[in-house]
Design a protein around this ligand. Structure first.
Ligand code: THU
Length: 138
């Protein structure tokens, strides 16, 4: 957990990628999530020989941030070695939607220089939200 200026978020994501444990997929991912106070939380994917136990980089970053009480996230950067920029998977989008506003900026960077950006709302226009739970709990 370190402080970064905006233009260092990508570097933080690539630094996180270096810590990836992805021997089974060969697809290392790094993520860097910036909170409202400017603190950046990094995550990498962590796989397991029992394949289903692996976790994505984005969720590691979110859970690390939430554990400290951080919030008001404004941006997440993702780093991969893919040929094309990779958005977060659907599970990670849903987890992001729990803790971030739909205008969260999602940046994705490749080693080859390719990059893309989206809003969270454009990637997950219809998240499952807590208010839906109240209608069936009676
Ligand atoms: N992965 C992530 O870390 N983030 C994503 O949003 C997509 C996929 C990881 C999971 C797995 O370790 C590897 O990439 C291949 O799916």
């Amino acid at each position: 957990m370190t402080r970064h200026t905006d233009n260092k978020l990508r570097d933080a994501a690539f630094a996180a990628l270096e810590r990836s444990h992805a021997p089974y997929s060969g697809f290392p991912v790094g993520a860097a999530l910036r909170a409202g106070n400017g603190v950046v939380f990094q995550g990498c994917n962590v796989e397991n020989a029992s394949y289903g136990l692996g976790i994505c980089a984005e969720r590691v970053a979110v859970f690390s941030a939430v554990m400290t009480g951080a919030g008001a996230f404004d941006c997440i950067a993702i780093a991969t070695e893919a040929e094309e920029p990779s958005p977060p998977c659907g599970a990670c989008l849903q987890v992001l939607a729990e803790f971030a506003a739909m205008d969260l900026k999602v940046y994705s960077y490749c080693r080859n220089g390719a990059h893309a950006s989206w809003s969270l709302g454009s990637l997950l226009p219809h998240p499952f939200t807590a208010n839906l739970l109240t209608t069936t709990n009676g």
